[in-house]
Design a protein around this ligand. Structure first.
Ligand code: 5AD
Ligand code: SF4
Length: 466
């Protein structure tokens, strides 16, 4: 029996068990998944939800449920802290519902110190698994429901990719697609290569097959996901470039939009720029993490490009694809960073005029080379640099947004506006949001909207008939 068949069998076993428990209790059983961190985790959670749903759980957003799973992130320490805080609350629920099962998975669980802490101080946790064996969730769920002691299964690595397990999408009209797993870059601050393992690409045929099925099921927009999509396919038996994969995805009939994340500047090819330029379905958005604008810091970060390399690349992209939005990630407070280094970062932000940027305070991750560096930056200096960077990012983002004033853009309508239900929220090709009056029946369709009023990062507008 192959792994897929094995797991499908466990789903059936769980289903019988859950039906029986539900009958005993006289009500259906509920399950809740809370996701921390990035788009990869969000996609993993859709797969985990698919399994829970097929096993017979009613999915809820209320953490006071019969089965609660935290899909954790450990890229920065604040995400870890939130998990510990919320586990305390879950314990309270469990006291009132002793049959409740609490499970933890994701990147944080790949750290030995974390698992040790949970074993010692959070003994009410029933299941712990990691990133490499996520495809074994159905089997682990079954064990959790039938065994009394905590089930812990952690793998150090894997070369397996199990295809075709059930998935439950959060949005009917858009979906993430994993094209690769892991990362080989070892940026010196980053824990991802340690918790997500080495780079593995999915076969292009599997990716295309999955997207075709999604399109048939109503998906209009896909987001191709990988830690470093620009090195996609290099290690396949039959190597293929990311640009070539994009060409093949572009050819899928019925698919309207393609996004991808994340691009490493050192691997971004001219071939990719050319494909983006000539493929109307590829969204006008490139997320290109800068991390720092100082060549000295970039070297210490092991990013393998200089300030000048980044500027030249950004200039080339802006020249070739003028309406593209370039967004980025920036870390402030990397060991040894001086005021002058932050000035260099600000210089790049102004030059590239980023459409948006995520700014992060450097977080020391145990086991990474940067954590052992001696010259950690004092908190007040980091804060000062962070505030300066944020201010400039806000200025360039606003400047870029204002360039669109008065234009008519096609948007994918995603949801009702959070604050005003008479408004809808749509996403433009360049990833910016616009809020406009409309009926919820439009959700999932692509419509034209005029960009009337700029509010910094987003617009208010009106629907314009095609
Ligand atoms: N501290 C702060 N930010 C980090 N990132 C990754 N590791 C760290 C860290 N140790 C940021 C990078 C990356 C984004 C996903 O998270 O900017 O691009
Ligand atoms: Fe981390 Fe660098 Fe890999 Fe991104 S490319 S996941 S920052 S090691």
């Amino acid at each position: 029996m192959n792994e897929l068949e094995n797991q499908l069998e466990y789903i059936e076993k769980c289903k019988k068990l859950i039906e029986r428990i539900a009958e005993e209790k006289g009500r259906s059983l509920t399950a809740c998944i809370s996701t921390f961190g990035c788009q990869m985790n969000a996609r993993d959670s859709e797969k985990l939800t698919g399994i829970l749903k097929q096993a017979g759980y009613v999915i809820t957003e209320d953490e006071n449920a019969d089965f609660v799973l935290y899909n954790t992130c450990t890229v920065r320490d604040n995400a870890n802290m939130r998990v510990y805080g919320r586990l305390g609350v879950l314990n309270g629920y469990k006291k009132r519902n002793p049959d409740m099962k609490i499970a933890l998975c994701g990147c944080m669980m790949q750290e030995e110190t974390v698992v040790e802490k949970i074993r010692q101080s959070y003994r009410f946790v029933d299941l712990i698994f990691g990133t490499h064996n996520i495809f074994r969730f159905a089997e682990l769920l079954y064990r959790t429901l039938t065994e009394t002691q905590t089930v812990i299964e952690l793998w150090k690595e894997t070369d397996k990719i199990v295809e075709d397990l059930p998935v439950e999408r959060k949005y009917p009209f858009k979906s993430g697609i994993n094209i690769m797993f892991g990362c080989n870059n070892f940026c010196s601050y980053c824990i991802v290569p340690y918790v997500r393992g080495r780079e593995r690409s999915r076969e292009p045929e599997e990716i295309i097959k999955e997207i075709r099925a999604l399109v048939k099921d109503g998906v209009k927009e896909v987001m191709l996901l990988g830690q470093n999509v620009n090195s996609y396919g290099k290690n396949l038996a039959d190597p293929i470039s990311f640009a070539e994969l994009l060409r093949r995805v572009h050819a899928i009939e019925g698919l309207a939009r393609i996004r991808f994340m994340t691009s490493h500047p050192k691997d971004l090819s001219d071939e990719l720029i050319e494909v983006m330029k000539t493929s109307p379905k590829i969204c006008r958005h490139l997320h290109l993490p800068l991390q720092s604008g100082s060549t000295r810091i970039l070297k210490a970060m092991n990013r393998r490009y200089t300030k000048e390399d980044y500027l030249a690349l950004a200039d080339k992209i802006r020249k070739e694809i003028p309406d593209i939005a370039i967004t980025t990630d920036i870390i402030i407070g990397f060991p040894g960073e001086t005021k002058e280094d932050v000035d260099e970062t600000i210089d790049v932000i102004k030059h590239v005029s980023f459409d948006n940027a995520f700014t992060f305070i450097y977080s020391k991750r145990t086991g990474t080379p940067a954590a052992a560096m001696e010259n950690q930056v004092p908190e007040e200096i980091v804060k000062e640099g962070f505030d300066r960077v944020l201010k400039v990012v806000q200025e360039t983002a606003k400047k870029q947004a204002l360039l669109l004033q008065g234009r008519i853009e096609s948007v994918l309508v995603e949801e009702p506006n959070e604050h005003d239900p008479s408004l809808l929220t749509g996403r433009m090709s360049n990833n910016m949001l616009v809020h406009f009056p409309g009926d919820t029946s439009l959700i999932g369709s692509i419509v034209n909207v005029s960009l009337d009023e700029c509010h910094g990062f987003y617009y208010f507008g009106k629907r314009v008939e095609q």
